[in-house]
Write a protein that binds this ligand. Structure first.
Ligand SMILES: [Zn+2]
Length: 268
């Protein structure tokens, strides 16, 4: 499938409930000299990247969750390529071996294989998340900020729902043609997708507010069932984390308070 001039996709062999069909690793340049989100440190995947891009110069990452950046370390050791991204937060869920050679400033532009890539700050799913936009083409590498077919989980305390929604709104101000997500297929209607994700989050927030108002006071576990009645039980562990992110946002917005394990409704 055509993605953009000088862009190829390599699917990492790490399909799972968390990663869908696997992590999308993007090869940049013709021939490829850069890789974006090298993915997990699985030997066959590292070899596939090296076979496609033997003269690797740059390795970009969107964030340092363990399905996105760990292959950067062996690839750098084998090729000397420089690592570009933000350092790993210390929340126990990150690839802490990832030590960048260059940390992008907000909207900084890097070149790779004849492409110009703009770093767009997109904290929320992870505090160090960056989306990368191909200047002039409008293809956005969205990492886990926007996914095809599912809404990203917000894992507190590193994840932040207020920041996530703000970043989605800001993303709409860039000239986007299509979105190449970290998992799943190309998204060809970027603004419609972004608005859909925002609407989904706000609908979920309304359910949290209603469930809390109905009970006055409730624990996370008491809210999980009513708020996520539409989500299969095997996803409730992940949903619980995003529910906490919703409650923290509502607390910040003055719509909820907490004491101990209890959350309390507050008139907004
Ligand atoms: Zn992630």
């Amino acid at each position: 499938m055509f993605i953009a001039p000088g862009v190829q996709r390599l699917l990492a062999p790490n399909a799972s409930m968390m990663t869908g069909p696997g992590t999308n690793t993007w090869l940049l340049g013709d021939p490829p000299v850069a890789v974006l989100d090298p993915g997990p440190d699985i030997p066959s995947h590292v070899e596939a990247i090296l076979a496609a891009a033997p003269s690797l110069e740059s390795i970009f990452v969107t964030h340092t969750h363990r399905d996105h950046s760990p292959a950067a370390t062996p690839l750098k050791a084998r090729t000397g390529a420089r690592l570009i991204g933000r350092p790993a937060p210390r929340d126990g869920l990150q690839d802490e071996r990832f030590v960048p050679d260059a940390v992008p400033a907000r909207d900084e532009i890097f070149t790779a294989g004849g492409l110009r890539l703009r770093a767009i700050d997109t904290p929320g799913h992870a505090s160090n998340h960056v989306c990368w936009l191909i200047e002039g083409d409008g293809l956005l590498f969205s990492g886990d900020h926007i996914l095809e077919g599912v809404t990203p989980v917000i894992l507190v305390p590193d994840g932040d729902l207020s920041a996530y929604l703000e970043a989605l709104e800001r993303l709409k101000t860039y000239p986007l043609r299509a979105i190449a997500p970290g998992h799943g297929r190309l998204i060809i209607e970027p603004l419609r997708e972004i608005d859909g994700v925002i609407a989904h989050r706000l609908r979920r927030e309304a359910k949290v507010i209603a469930a809390l108002a109905a009970r006055g006071t409730a624990t996370l576990d008491e809210l999980l069932g009513p708020v996520y009645a539409d989500v299969p039980l095997n996803r409730h562990g992940l949903a619980r984390m995003t529910l906490e992110a919703h409650l923290i946002k509502l607390e910040r917005d003055g719509r909820a308070t907490r004491s101990g394990t209890g959350w309390h409704a507050r008139e907004g």
